[in-house]
Design a protein around this ligand. Structure first.
Ligand code: IPM
Ligand code: MN
Length: 348
C-alpha cells in the first residue's frame, strides 16, 4: 500500500454494472487501498430520464479524477427508444477520445475447462483511431442511389504510441513475444503504415520476438492454439472483435477485464469489464463480478498500488485455477455476485 488515497469516479451505469462494481470496490477495500470515490449517474437510465449522455461539465469533472471505474452502459437488448450509437459514441467513445485513452489493454487467462486453459496473453488494442474515429458520411441518404462511407483513420503517431506500449509490455513478460494482427494483404494503406511502424519500433526492442498474423488467421489460432500468444497488438476494430473471441475461448466474457489507458498520464485512465449491462440478469445477484474485480486491479496497478493489485490478481487466479466456480459455497446451489466478491476479499 502506498498509503495515498486516490480520487476515483465510479460510473456504475446500467444493468449489472452497479452490482459488479460494488464487489470490485469491496475487494479493493479488503486489499487495504483507500479510494475517495465519487459516483456519477451516467448511462441509458440517466439518458432516458434526462436526455443527457455526457455533458461538458461532467467531462471536465472526470478530467480532475485520478481514475474512472465503469461498470457497464447500454439499454436492454431490443430497446428502440435510444438511437443506435447514442451511448456508445456519446459516452464511452467520447471518454476514450476526449481523455485520450489511446491504449485498450485486455489481459486474458484461460480458465480451467475452457479451450484456452493455460493460456496467458494480453491484447493491446489501439483505442482512439481506425474505423472508430467517425470519419465518413452519407450521400443522397434515403434514395436508391444512397452512398455510405466509413473511413479508417490511422496516424503514424497513433500507431507508434500503441506499438511502443505493446513492445514495452512484451519486453517485461517472460515470453517476450509480440504479434501484430492486421489485414495487410487487403488493407494495403493502413496495414502498410502499421507494419512499417511495427518493424521500425521493433528495432529498438531486440529482445522481443516479432510475429505477424492476418486477423482471419488469428481467429483460427486463438481457437486452435491460444497458448501460443503472449502480447498481441492491433487496431481498434480488429481489437474489438478479437477480444470478444479471446474472452469466449478463455472461459467467457464474465472474466475479461480492460484498461483504457492514457498511458502518457496527461489525465485519468478508465477501467471497465469487457462485458455489457446484461439487463436480463440485473438485480438477481447472478452476474460474475470477476471481470470488474480484475479491472479494479488493473486500475490499482496503474495508480501505483502494484502490491495490492498483484495480491488481488493472485487471489482471482487461485480462485479460478482451483476451479472454485464449479464448487459453490456450502449450503448454496450456485455462486452469486456477492458471494464471489466476498470469497475474493477473504483471500486477501
Ligand atoms: C468494447 C465495446 C465497445 C467497443 C462498444 C460498446 C462501443 O464493444 O469496449 O469492446 O466497440 O469498443
Ligand atoms: Mn467490444
Amino acid at each position: 500500500m502506498t498509503g495515498r488515497s486516490h480520487d476515483v469516479a465510479v460510473i456504475g451505469g446500467d444493468g449489472i454494472g452497479p452490482e459488479v462494481l460494488a464487489e470490485a470496490l469491496k475487494v479493493v477495500d479488503a486489499a487495504g487501498v483507500t479510494l475517495h470515490t465519487t459516483d456519477y449517474d451516467l448511462g441509458a437510465d440517466r439518458y432516458a430520464r434526462t436526455g443527457e449522455v455526457l455533458s461538458d461539465s461532467v467531462l471536465e469533472e472526470l478530467r480532475g479524477q485520478d481514475a474512472i471505474l465503469l461498470g457497464a452502459v447500454g439499454p436492454p437488448v431490443g430497446d428502440t427508444t435510444i438511437p443506435a450509437g447514442t451511448l456508445e459514441r456519446g459516452l464511452l467513445l467520447r471518454m476514450r477520445f476526449e481523455l485520450d485513452l489511446f491504449i485498450n489493454m485486455r489481459p486474458f487467462m484461460g480458465a480451467p475447462g475452457s479451450i484456452a486453459a493455460g493460456a496467458d496473453f494480453v491484447v493491446i488494442r489501439e483505442n482512439t483511431e481506425g474505423t472508430y474515429a467517425g470519419e465518413g458520411g452519407f450521400l443522397r441518404k434515403g434514395t436508391p442511389h444512397e452512398v455510405a462511407t466509413q473511413g479508417s483513420v490511422n496516424t503514424r503517431m497513433g500507431a507508434e504510441r500503441c506499438v511502443r506500449f505493446a513492445y514495452d509490455l512484451a519486453e517485461r513478460r517472460p515470453a517476450r513475444r509480440l504479434t501484430l494482427v492486421h489485414k495487410t494483404n487487403v488493407l494495403t494503406f493502413a496495414g502498410d503504415l502499421w507494419q512499417r511502424t511495427f518493424a521500425e519500433v521493433g528495432g529498438e526492442y531486440p529482445e522481443v520476438m516479432r510475429d505477424y498474423n492476418h486477423v482471419d488467421a488469428a481467429c483460427i489460432y486463438l481457437v486452435e492454439r491460444p497458448a501460443s500468444y503472449d502480447v498481441i497488438v492491433t487496431d481498434n476494430l480488429f481489437g474489438d472483435i478479437l477480444t470478444d473471441l479471446a474472452g469466449a475461448v478463455c472461459g467467457g466474457i464474465g472474466f475479461a477485464a480492460s484498461a483504457n489507458l492514457n498511458a502518457a498520464r496527461t489525465g485519468p485512465s478508465m477501467f471497465e469489464p469487457v462485458h455489457g449491462a446484461a439487463h436480463d440478469i440485473a438485480g438477481s445477484n447472478k452476474a460474475n463480478p470477476l471481470a470488474a474485480i480484475r479491472s479494479a486491479s488493473l486500475m490499482l496497478d496503474f495508480l501505483g498500488e502494484a502490491d495490492a493489485a498483484s495480491r488481488i490478481d493472485k487471489a482471482v487466479a487461485d480462485f479460478i485455477s482451483s476451479d472454485q466456480l464449479s464448487h459453490p459455497p456450502s449450503g448454496a446451489d450456485a455462486w452469486s455476485t456477492t458471494s464471489i466478491g466476498t470469497a475474493i476479499a477473504e483471500r486477501l
